[in-house]
Design a protein around this ligand. Structure first.
Ligand SMILES: Cc1ncc(COP(=O)(O)O)c(C=O)c1O
Length: 380
Protein backbone atom coordinates (compact mmCIF):
# COMPACT_ATOMS: atom_id res chain seq x y z
CA UNK A 1 0.00 0.00 0.00
CA UNK A 2 1.43 3.43 -0.95
CA UNK A 3 1.68 6.48 1.30
CA UNK A 4 -1.93 7.59 2.00
CA UNK A 5 -1.20 10.85 3.83
CA UNK A 6 -3.43 13.60 2.38
CA UNK A 7 -0.69 15.53 0.54
CA UNK A 8 0.53 12.37 -1.21
CA UNK A 9 -2.85 10.94 -2.11
CA UNK A 10 -3.30 10.66 -5.88
CA UNK A 11 -6.68 11.35 -7.45
CA UNK A 12 -7.92 10.77 -10.95
CA UNK A 13 -9.06 13.79 -12.91
CA UNK A 14 -10.82 13.86 -16.25
CA UNK A 15 -9.99 16.49 -18.84
CA UNK A 16 -11.72 17.29 -22.10
CA UNK A 17 -9.36 18.47 -24.88
CA UNK A 18 -10.53 21.86 -26.17
CA UNK A 19 -8.16 22.19 -29.15
CA UNK A 20 -5.14 24.54 -29.43
CA UNK A 21 -3.40 22.87 -26.49
CA UNK A 22 -6.20 23.52 -23.98
CA UNK A 23 -7.62 21.01 -21.54
CA UNK A 24 -10.74 21.60 -19.47
CA UNK A 25 -11.91 19.81 -16.38
CA UNK A 26 -15.21 21.58 -16.75
CA UNK A 27 -16.18 23.33 -19.96
CA UNK A 28 -15.63 26.75 -18.38
CA UNK A 29 -12.14 26.09 -17.00
CA UNK A 30 -9.73 25.50 -19.86
CA UNK A 31 -6.12 25.16 -18.72
CA UNK A 32 -3.01 25.52 -20.84
CA UNK A 33 -1.53 22.03 -20.98
CA UNK A 34 2.05 22.06 -19.66
CA UNK A 35 1.71 18.52 -18.32
CA UNK A 36 1.01 16.04 -21.10
CA UNK A 37 3.68 14.62 -23.37
CA UNK A 38 2.14 15.86 -26.62
CA UNK A 39 5.41 17.71 -27.17
CA UNK A 40 5.05 18.29 -30.92
CA UNK A 41 1.38 19.29 -30.48
CA UNK A 42 0.32 16.64 -32.99
CA UNK A 43 -2.71 15.42 -31.03
CA UNK A 44 -4.87 17.94 -32.81
CA UNK A 45 -3.34 17.41 -36.25
CA UNK A 46 -5.95 16.71 -38.96
CA UNK A 47 -3.76 14.08 -40.64
CA UNK A 48 -3.53 11.97 -37.49
CA UNK A 49 -7.25 12.22 -36.84
CA UNK A 50 -8.17 11.42 -40.42
CA UNK A 51 -5.81 8.42 -40.53
CA UNK A 52 -7.46 6.93 -37.45
CA UNK A 53 -10.97 7.68 -38.77
CA UNK A 54 -10.20 6.14 -42.18
CA UNK A 55 -8.78 3.07 -40.48
CA UNK A 56 -11.91 2.65 -38.34
CA UNK A 57 -14.09 3.08 -41.43
CA UNK A 58 -12.06 0.39 -43.25
CA UNK A 59 -11.77 -2.22 -40.55
CA UNK A 60 -13.26 -1.20 -37.21
CA UNK A 61 -11.51 -0.39 -33.98
CA UNK A 62 -10.03 -3.61 -32.65
CA UNK A 63 -7.54 -6.06 -34.09
CA UNK A 64 -9.47 -8.77 -32.29
CA UNK A 65 -6.52 -11.08 -31.63
CA UNK A 66 -2.78 -11.22 -31.07
CA UNK A 67 -0.38 -10.53 -33.93
CA UNK A 68 0.42 -14.22 -34.29
CA UNK A 69 -3.21 -15.30 -34.40
CA UNK A 70 -5.25 -13.07 -36.72
CA UNK A 71 -4.56 -9.60 -35.34
CA UNK A 72 -1.86 -8.35 -37.77
CA UNK A 73 -3.16 -5.57 -40.00
CA UNK A 74 -1.63 -3.62 -42.90
CA UNK A 75 -1.29 -0.63 -40.51
CA UNK A 76 0.95 -2.68 -38.20
CA UNK A 77 3.11 -3.92 -41.02
CA UNK A 78 3.48 -0.47 -42.59
CA UNK A 79 4.33 1.15 -39.25
CA UNK A 80 6.92 -1.51 -38.36
CA UNK A 81 8.56 -1.32 -41.79
CA UNK A 82 8.65 2.46 -41.98
CA UNK A 83 9.95 2.79 -38.43
CA UNK A 84 12.68 0.22 -39.08
CA UNK A 85 13.66 2.11 -42.20
CA UNK A 86 13.63 5.50 -40.44
CA UNK A 87 15.66 4.23 -37.50
CA UNK A 88 18.05 2.14 -39.58
CA UNK A 89 17.28 -1.04 -37.63
CA UNK A 90 16.47 -4.50 -39.01
CA UNK A 91 13.33 -5.14 -37.02
CA UNK A 92 10.60 -3.26 -35.18
CA UNK A 93 7.87 -4.91 -33.08
CA UNK A 94 4.78 -3.09 -31.89
CA UNK A 95 3.35 -3.40 -28.39
CA UNK A 96 0.12 -2.04 -26.91
CA UNK A 97 2.10 0.10 -24.44
CA UNK A 98 5.61 1.17 -23.52
CA UNK A 99 5.21 -0.39 -20.11
CA UNK A 100 4.62 -3.74 -21.76
CA UNK A 101 7.43 -3.22 -24.28
CA UNK A 102 9.91 -2.61 -21.46
CA UNK A 103 8.84 -5.78 -19.65
CA UNK A 104 9.25 -7.66 -22.92
CA UNK A 105 12.69 -6.11 -23.47
CA UNK A 106 13.95 -7.29 -20.10
CA UNK A 107 12.63 -10.79 -20.63
CA UNK A 108 14.52 -10.89 -23.89
CA UNK A 109 17.82 -9.55 -22.55
CA UNK A 110 17.95 -10.97 -19.02
CA UNK A 111 17.30 -14.12 -17.02
CA UNK A 112 18.02 -15.31 -13.51
CA UNK A 113 21.71 -15.72 -14.31
CA UNK A 114 22.12 -12.14 -15.57
CA UNK A 115 22.97 -8.92 -13.81
CA UNK A 116 21.13 -5.73 -14.77
CA UNK A 117 22.81 -2.38 -14.09
CA UNK A 118 20.16 0.32 -14.17
CA UNK A 119 20.34 4.08 -13.81
CA UNK A 120 18.84 5.04 -10.45
CA UNK A 121 16.14 7.20 -12.08
CA UNK A 122 14.98 4.60 -14.56
CA UNK A 123 11.25 4.33 -15.40
CA UNK A 124 9.16 2.05 -13.21
CA UNK A 125 8.27 -0.25 -16.13
CA UNK A 126 11.93 -1.23 -16.50
CA UNK A 127 12.17 -2.17 -12.83
CA UNK A 128 9.05 -4.31 -13.18
CA UNK A 129 10.71 -5.89 -16.21
CA UNK A 130 13.85 -6.70 -14.23
CA UNK A 131 11.80 -8.33 -11.50
CA UNK A 132 9.82 -10.36 -14.03
CA UNK A 133 13.02 -11.53 -15.75
CA UNK A 134 14.48 -12.88 -12.49
CA UNK A 135 17.77 -11.04 -13.13
CA UNK A 136 19.78 -9.50 -10.28
CA UNK A 137 19.61 -5.72 -10.12
CA UNK A 138 22.21 -3.08 -9.28
CA UNK A 139 21.53 0.63 -9.57
CA UNK A 140 24.17 3.12 -10.67
CA UNK A 141 24.20 6.83 -9.83
CA UNK A 142 22.01 8.84 -12.18
CA UNK A 143 23.87 9.54 -15.44
CA UNK A 144 27.20 8.75 -13.73
CA UNK A 145 29.20 6.72 -16.21
CA UNK A 146 32.21 6.48 -13.88
CA UNK A 147 30.04 4.68 -11.36
CA UNK A 148 28.74 2.40 -14.11
CA UNK A 149 32.29 1.75 -15.37
CA UNK A 150 33.45 0.69 -11.90
CA UNK A 151 30.52 -1.67 -11.47
CA UNK A 152 31.05 -3.21 -14.89
CA UNK A 153 34.77 -3.69 -14.20
CA UNK A 154 34.10 -5.42 -10.87
CA UNK A 155 31.52 -7.71 -12.44
CA UNK A 156 33.67 -8.62 -15.42
CA UNK A 157 36.56 -9.49 -13.08
CA UNK A 158 34.32 -11.65 -10.89
CA UNK A 159 32.40 -13.42 -13.63
CA UNK A 160 33.84 -12.86 -17.11
CA UNK A 161 31.07 -14.84 -18.83
CA UNK A 162 28.06 -13.45 -16.98
CA UNK A 163 25.42 -11.71 -19.07
CA UNK A 164 25.36 -8.02 -18.18
CA UNK A 165 22.55 -5.69 -19.21
CA UNK A 166 22.63 -1.90 -18.86
CA UNK A 167 19.43 0.18 -18.72
CA UNK A 168 19.11 3.88 -19.30
CA UNK A 169 16.80 6.47 -20.81
CA UNK A 170 17.97 8.91 -23.44
CA UNK A 171 15.78 11.69 -22.02
CA UNK A 172 14.74 11.09 -18.43
CA UNK A 173 11.02 11.57 -18.13
CA UNK A 174 10.96 13.50 -14.87
CA UNK A 175 14.12 15.60 -14.73
CA UNK A 176 14.70 16.15 -18.46
CA UNK A 177 18.34 15.08 -18.21
CA UNK A 178 20.24 12.83 -20.65
CA UNK A 179 23.27 10.60 -20.28
CA UNK A 180 26.26 10.95 -22.62
CA UNK A 181 24.81 8.34 -24.97
CA UNK A 182 27.96 8.00 -27.08
CA UNK A 183 30.10 7.26 -23.98
CA UNK A 184 27.41 4.94 -22.60
CA UNK A 185 27.38 2.89 -25.81
CA UNK A 186 31.18 2.63 -25.86
CA UNK A 187 31.27 1.58 -22.22
CA UNK A 188 28.78 -1.21 -22.85
CA UNK A 189 30.66 -2.39 -25.91
CA UNK A 190 34.02 -2.45 -24.09
CA UNK A 191 32.49 -4.54 -21.30
CA UNK A 192 30.42 -6.76 -23.55
CA UNK A 193 27.19 -5.63 -21.90
CA UNK A 194 23.83 -5.46 -23.66
CA UNK A 195 22.27 -1.98 -23.66
CA UNK A 196 18.56 -1.18 -23.56
CA UNK A 197 17.92 2.50 -24.24
CA UNK A 198 14.45 3.83 -23.51
CA UNK A 199 13.85 6.66 -26.01
CA UNK A 200 10.22 7.27 -24.98
CA UNK A 201 10.68 11.00 -24.44
CA UNK A 202 13.42 11.71 -27.00
CA UNK A 203 11.84 10.12 -30.02
CA UNK A 204 10.41 12.63 -32.48
CA UNK A 205 12.13 15.46 -30.62
CA UNK A 206 15.87 14.88 -30.13
CA UNK A 207 18.70 13.32 -32.13
CA UNK A 208 19.21 13.42 -35.92
CA UNK A 209 15.84 14.27 -37.50
CA UNK A 210 14.10 13.41 -34.22
CA UNK A 211 15.30 9.79 -34.38
CA UNK A 212 16.38 9.80 -30.75
CA UNK A 213 19.74 10.28 -29.06
CA UNK A 214 20.77 6.66 -29.67
CA UNK A 215 20.48 7.06 -33.43
CA UNK A 216 23.69 6.42 -35.33
CA UNK A 217 25.39 4.58 -32.45
CA UNK A 218 25.99 0.93 -33.15
CA UNK A 219 25.94 -1.27 -30.09
CA UNK A 220 22.50 -0.50 -28.65
CA UNK A 221 20.84 -3.90 -28.34
CA UNK A 222 17.28 -2.65 -28.04
CA UNK A 223 15.54 0.68 -28.30
CA UNK A 224 12.15 1.23 -26.72
CA UNK A 225 9.99 3.98 -28.21
CA UNK A 226 6.43 4.97 -27.42
CA UNK A 227 3.65 6.50 -29.49
CA UNK A 228 1.82 8.10 -26.56
CA UNK A 229 4.18 11.08 -26.37
CA UNK A 230 5.50 13.08 -29.36
CA UNK A 231 3.69 10.72 -31.77
CA UNK A 232 0.35 11.71 -30.18
CA UNK A 233 -1.15 8.26 -30.54
CA UNK A 234 -0.79 5.21 -28.27
CA UNK A 235 1.24 2.02 -28.11
CA UNK A 236 4.96 1.46 -28.38
CA UNK A 237 7.70 -0.51 -30.09
CA UNK A 238 11.02 -2.25 -29.64
CA UNK A 239 13.64 -1.83 -32.37
CA UNK A 240 16.66 -4.10 -32.78
CA UNK A 241 18.82 -5.94 -35.27
CA UNK A 242 19.11 -9.64 -36.09
CA UNK A 243 19.42 -12.20 -34.61
CA UNK A 244 17.70 -10.57 -31.60
CA UNK A 245 14.63 -9.67 -33.69
CA UNK A 246 13.91 -13.25 -34.66
CA UNK A 247 14.48 -14.38 -31.05
CA UNK A 248 11.95 -11.76 -29.93
CA UNK A 249 9.36 -12.92 -32.44
CA UNK A 250 9.79 -16.53 -31.41
CA UNK A 251 9.96 -16.03 -27.66
CA UNK A 252 8.38 -12.76 -26.48
CA UNK A 253 5.25 -13.68 -24.53
CA UNK A 254 4.40 -10.00 -24.16
CA UNK A 255 4.32 -9.76 -27.98
CA UNK A 256 2.64 -13.07 -28.73
CA UNK A 257 0.01 -13.30 -26.03
CA UNK A 258 -1.62 -9.90 -26.15
CA UNK A 259 -4.26 -8.39 -28.41
CA UNK A 260 -2.44 -6.42 -31.10
CA UNK A 261 -2.21 -2.63 -30.84
CA UNK A 262 -5.57 -1.15 -31.95
CA UNK A 263 -5.16 -0.50 -35.72
CA UNK A 264 -6.46 3.12 -35.58
CA UNK A 265 -3.64 3.89 -33.13
CA UNK A 266 -1.12 2.31 -35.50
CA UNK A 267 -2.59 4.33 -38.38
CA UNK A 268 -2.30 7.58 -36.39
CA UNK A 269 1.26 6.71 -35.33
CA UNK A 270 2.15 6.10 -38.98
CA UNK A 271 0.74 9.51 -39.94
CA UNK A 272 2.75 11.04 -37.09
CA UNK A 273 5.91 9.29 -38.28
CA UNK A 274 5.44 10.69 -41.77
CA UNK A 275 5.04 14.21 -40.36
CA UNK A 276 7.94 13.81 -37.92
CA UNK A 277 10.24 12.54 -40.69
CA UNK A 278 9.30 15.44 -42.99
CA UNK A 279 9.62 19.25 -43.05
CA UNK A 280 6.67 19.81 -40.70
CA UNK A 281 8.33 17.66 -38.04
CA UNK A 282 11.57 19.57 -38.53
CA UNK A 283 9.76 22.90 -38.13
CA UNK A 284 7.90 21.81 -34.99
CA UNK A 285 11.09 20.37 -33.48
CA UNK A 286 13.00 23.59 -34.13
CA UNK A 287 10.21 25.66 -32.55
CA UNK A 288 9.96 23.32 -29.57
CA UNK A 289 13.69 23.38 -28.85
CA UNK A 290 13.81 27.18 -29.26
CA UNK A 291 10.88 27.52 -26.82
CA UNK A 292 12.56 25.14 -24.36
CA UNK A 293 15.81 27.13 -24.57
CA UNK A 294 13.95 30.43 -24.04
CA UNK A 295 12.15 29.06 -20.97
CA UNK A 296 15.36 27.62 -19.52
CA UNK A 297 17.15 30.94 -19.94
CA UNK A 298 14.26 32.87 -18.34
CA UNK A 299 13.99 30.49 -15.37
CA UNK A 300 17.74 30.73 -14.75
CA UNK A 301 17.63 34.52 -15.12
CA UNK A 302 14.95 34.58 -12.40
CA UNK A 303 17.44 33.01 -10.00
CA UNK A 304 16.47 29.33 -10.23
CA UNK A 305 18.96 26.67 -11.26
CA UNK A 306 18.79 26.29 -15.04
CA UNK A 307 16.64 23.19 -15.70
CA UNK A 308 19.00 20.48 -16.97
CA UNK A 309 18.91 19.10 -20.50
CA UNK A 310 17.91 20.51 -23.86
CA UNK A 311 14.55 18.88 -24.53
CA UNK A 312 10.93 19.75 -23.73
CA UNK A 313 10.93 18.41 -20.14
CA UNK A 314 11.89 21.05 -17.57
CA UNK A 315 12.14 20.22 -13.87
CA UNK A 316 11.93 22.97 -11.28
CA UNK A 317 12.95 21.54 -7.93
CA UNK A 318 11.00 22.83 -4.96
CA UNK A 319 12.13 20.16 -2.49
CA UNK A 320 9.18 20.05 -0.16
CA UNK A 321 5.98 18.22 -1.20
CA UNK A 322 3.70 20.94 0.17
CA UNK A 323 5.51 23.66 -1.71
CA UNK A 324 5.26 21.70 -4.96
CA UNK A 325 1.54 21.07 -4.42
CA UNK A 326 0.86 24.71 -3.59
CA UNK A 327 2.86 26.04 -6.51
CA UNK A 328 0.97 23.74 -8.91
CA UNK A 329 -2.36 24.85 -7.40
CA UNK A 330 -1.37 28.51 -7.75
CA UNK A 331 -0.44 27.97 -11.41
CA UNK A 332 -3.73 26.24 -12.00
CA UNK A 333 -5.57 29.25 -10.59
CA UNK A 334 -3.84 31.25 -13.31
CA UNK A 335 -4.84 28.79 -16.03
CA UNK A 336 -1.67 26.66 -16.33
CA UNK A 337 -1.82 22.90 -15.86
CA UNK A 338 1.49 21.85 -14.29
CA UNK A 339 1.79 18.65 -12.31
CA UNK A 340 3.69 18.43 -9.02
CA UNK A 341 5.96 15.38 -8.98
CA UNK A 342 6.43 13.97 -5.48
CA UNK A 343 7.96 10.89 -3.88
CA UNK A 344 7.95 8.00 -4.63
CA UNK A 345 8.20 9.15 -8.27
CA UNK A 346 11.24 11.23 -7.22
CA UNK A 347 13.45 10.73 -4.13
CA UNK A 348 12.36 12.18 -0.76
CA UNK A 349 12.99 15.92 -0.51
CA UNK A 350 13.12 16.36 -4.31
CA UNK A 351 9.51 17.28 -5.06
CA UNK A 352 9.30 19.40 -8.18
CA UNK A 353 7.20 20.94 -10.87
CA UNK A 354 7.57 19.14 -14.17
CA UNK A 355 6.87 21.19 -17.25
CA UNK A 356 6.41 19.52 -20.59
CA UNK A 357 6.57 22.19 -23.27
CA UNK A 358 5.05 22.50 -26.71
CA UNK A 359 6.35 24.20 -29.88
CA UNK A 360 4.28 27.37 -29.45
CA UNK A 361 3.30 28.78 -26.09
CA UNK A 362 1.91 32.20 -25.29
CA UNK A 363 4.42 34.62 -23.71
CA UNK A 364 2.09 35.28 -20.79
CA UNK A 365 2.43 31.60 -19.73
CA UNK A 366 6.14 32.06 -19.05
CA UNK A 367 5.49 35.35 -17.26
CA UNK A 368 2.85 33.78 -15.02
CA UNK A 369 5.16 30.86 -14.23
CA UNK A 370 8.00 33.18 -13.20
CA UNK A 371 5.73 35.39 -11.09
CA UNK A 372 4.31 32.35 -9.31
CA UNK A 373 7.72 30.80 -8.74
CA UNK A 374 8.90 33.99 -7.09
CA UNK A 375 6.39 33.32 -4.29
CA UNK A 376 7.72 29.81 -3.77
CA UNK A 377 11.46 30.48 -3.70
CA UNK A 378 13.03 28.72 -0.69
CA UNK A 379 14.12 31.85 1.15
CA UNK A 380 10.61 33.39 1.09
C1 LIG B 1 10.61 6.54 -19.97
C2 LIG B 1 9.31 5.85 -20.17
N1 LIG B 1 9.29 4.59 -20.62
C3 LIG B 1 8.15 3.93 -20.80
C4 LIG B 1 6.94 4.51 -20.54
C5 LIG B 1 5.67 3.73 -20.71
O1 LIG B 1 5.09 4.05 -21.92
P1 LIG B 1 3.50 3.87 -22.13
O2 LIG B 1 2.88 5.10 -21.60
O3 LIG B 1 3.35 3.71 -23.62
O4 LIG B 1 3.11 2.63 -21.39
C6 LIG B 1 6.89 5.83 -20.11
C7 LIG B 1 5.58 6.47 -19.84
O5 LIG B 1 5.41 7.32 -19.03
C8 LIG B 1 8.11 6.52 -19.91
O6 LIG B 1 8.12 7.78 -19.45
Amino acid sequence: MGDLSPHRRRRLRTFVPQGAGLLAEEPASALLDLASNDTLALNDHPLLKQSAIDCIARSGVSSGASRLVSGSRPEHQALEEQLADWLGRNRVFLYPSGFQANIAALQLLGDRHSLVLADRRIHHSLLVGVRASGARLQRFIHNDLNDLQQRLTVQRRKQPQRRLVVLSESLFSMEGSSPDVSALVQLCRRNNAALLLDEAHALGVLGPGGRGLGHGHSGISLICGTFGKAFASGGAFLACDEPLGETLLQSSGAFRYTTALAPPLAAAALAALQLIAGPEGERRRRQLLATAERWRIAIAAAGWPRPVGEGPVLAIKLGDDHRANEAAAALEQLGLLVVPIRPPTVPEGEAMLRLSLRPQLPDHALEMLLQTLERFAENQ
